[in-house]
Design a protein. Sequence first.
Length: 224
Amino acid sequence: MPCAPRLRLRAILIPSWFSASDPTRPETGYGYIHVGKQISRTEDIRCFAVKRFVEKPTLARARMYASSRTYLWNSGMFVWKTSVILEEFKRSMPALYRLTLRATRDGFTKRAIDSFYSACESQSIDYGIMENAARIVAVRGTFFWDDIGSWEAMSRIHTANKRGTVAYGEGVFESDCEKAIVYNASQSAVAAIGLKGHRDRGDAGRCSGDCPAFVASYQEVTSP
């Protein structure tokens, strides 16, 4: 893998301009990483120096990042050698490092693991290590990726119809809905008629909108 000659932490990043549906979508729900010069390249795998981590931005900043090729989405996928990440824990989170050594000496028994989690600091790897690490490079991802952190992601993952509506799941009856999301996770039927900008998750048989219209259509289809 590129960047291997030097022991570094690697973050797999998604360009803000790389998306199957909207290549310049500003996203305020993701963290970003500002990258510098390209360090190496092997075929389509490119490694970049990291300038800084940027937390979830305002919409104005997200628009600026989306138009730049130097701000990438932080996908949260990391690759490192055990020895390297332990060195970073020792430097940036020494208390957690000592707890890890103690759990190792105790053989990672249930008691040791319970003791570890009861005493360790609650902190993300981004804040605790990656934002302070000096030995880090970014690998630019060239594949579709979505955090799927909101209902809006459904329209990026599943095809919307000409009215901008996504209907997903078995037994979904959708008619005249605009920019709506109908998701059925149950074994029962779910109907949505004439909804606009609505999101409906079916856990049991239900109907949203003009229910009499659904009943009439259902009877027409199922009648002998």
